[in-house]
Design a protein around this ligand. Structure first.
Ligand SMILES: CC(=O)NCCS(=O)(=O)O
Length: 413
């Protein structure tokens, strides 16, 4: 057993270090509370107490793992996967995207600072990351609640909320939204892209990052007892930074302990998804239970897409509803239209990948909400599904994409 230092420089007793299994002081099944160990008391714990603590930690870990197996973990607790229904696997309900603000050109300064209203809506839709107000989705809980109710009415059952550490995850709000609307909400554990990593995160070892992610799934996150049901979206840039590589390795380690679903945000380069898969694989990750997000803005060449698909991850087209002329995060990329996204889905289905496709809108700014003239969380169910059917994707294949594939991905091994 060893003393570790916390963020405030206090010595702590890291019970998990001796428990062989990951994460936290599982005493009496409570959430992670490291025991305080004053320097003068080091080495004073009797070995029998240490053994007892370790064995209770292991029992608790095994018990929690057994409960998770074969289930989906929502913010309201464990769920029979058969009850999920149609599932959007990549959305945000309460996030803060300030990290990715793109300063506008000087001539657009005034419009970028104006409140979002009908006169400037087209500008905001074309420049969503240059309107500061637009990045504060977390301010729109009431609108999101109404939209989730509409999503239920449109036949939606569940949403995976991909907001991780660094972009203002708000678990109590997610829990309340799930209670108010009846939509099953699955929350994400882990870390977003490098620019959002705190100094503390950057200094963490892979083991520490693993412990935290495991604890967010087994015990709860952000000081609550609300548990995450996926790891991700785990953020990566291009090139992948050292801090992101550590997080990826920790994600793989946590996944191999938990048997849980993982979802990745790749950098904006066609080889980024493959590079992420390589790092995860080398660290023992389960690629068959891993989703590669944002393929619609990442891999355009059919041959390259098939090469990537062979690696075995889920293939997610999750920017439905996003149409913009100049994609500011990489001006060399032409953001596809929804029709082009459906063409990619049709191609993948014809190539035999109907069991690996997932879809979503990745709503992460205000302008995507119907309150601001956007498409809302029901766009795929209302508009994209009919288009898929009209382009030769069968109802059975649509059901796989919306119901069966999310269910298999989200179920703990
Ligand atoms: C929240 C998030 O990461 N969305 C993805 C935006 S991107 O433009 O596809 O990278």
């Amino acid at each position: 057993m060893e003393g570790a230092r916390d963020g405030q420089g206090k010595d702590q007793l890291s019970v998990n270090r001796c428990a062989l299994q990951p994460s936290g002081a599982y005493l009496a099944g409570k959430s992670y509370r490291p025991l305080q160990l004053l320097p003068q008391n080091r080495n004073k714990l009797p070995i029998s107490l240490i053994q007892c603590l370790c064995s209770r930690a292991q029992e608790s870990f095994a018990g929690k793992m057994a409960a998770l197996s074969g289930k989906v973990q929502t913010v309201l607790g464990l769920l029979d996967p058969a009850l999920l229904g149609r599932t959007m696997t990549h959305e945000h309900l309460t996030m803060n995207f300030e990290c990715c603000y793109v300063p506008p050109p000087p001539e657009d300064k005034a419009v970028s600072e104006a409140p979002i209203e009908i006169q400037n809506l087209h500008w905001v839709q074309q420049n969503p990351y240059s309107s500061y107000e637009n990045l504060l989705l977390f301010q729109e809980i009431s609108a999101v609640r109404e939209e989730l109710q509409q999503y239920r009415q449109a036949g939606g059952g569940a949403i995976v909320e991909n907001t991780t550490t660094g972009i203002a995850r708000k678990l109590p709000e997610l829990k309340q939204l799930a209670k108010d609307t009846g939509v099953h909400i699955i929350a994400g554990a882990g870390y977003y892209v490098d620019v959002t990593h705190s100094d503390e995160t950057r200094k963490m070892t892979v083991e520490k990052l693993t412990d935290i992610m495991v604890s967010e799934v087994l015990h709860g996150a952000d000081g609550t007892d609300i548990r995450c049901g996926v790891l991700g979206e785990i953020g990566t840039s291009w090139p992948i930074t050292e801090s992101e590589k550590k997080v990826l390795r920790a994600t793989a380690h946590a996944q191999s302990q938990l048997g849980c679903p993982v979802i990745i945000h790749p950098g904006r380069h066609p080889t980024a998804p493959t590079e992420v898969v390589r790092i995860l694989q080398e660290a023992g990750g389960d690629i068959s239970k891993t989703v590669m997000s944002h393929l619609d803005r990442t891999i355009f060449d059919h041959g390259e897409l098939l090469e990537f698909a062979k690696l075995g991850s889920y293939l997610e087209y999750d920017l439905f509803g996003t149409e913009m002329l100049n994609y500011p995060f990489n001006l060399r990329i032409d953001m596809p239209s929804d029709s082009q996204r459906v063409q990619m889905l049709t191609f993948l289905v014809k190539e035999g990948y109907e069991d690996r496709i997932l879809v979503a809108h990745d709503i992460h700014t205000k302008n995507r909400l119907t309150k601001y003239g956007g498409h809302g969380y029901s766009h795929i169910l209302k508009n994209i599904v009919p288009k898929m059917l009209s382009r030769g994707i069968s109802q059975n294949q649509v059901d796989k994409i919306l119901i069966d594939n999310p269910k298999h991905w989200l179920t703990f091994k």
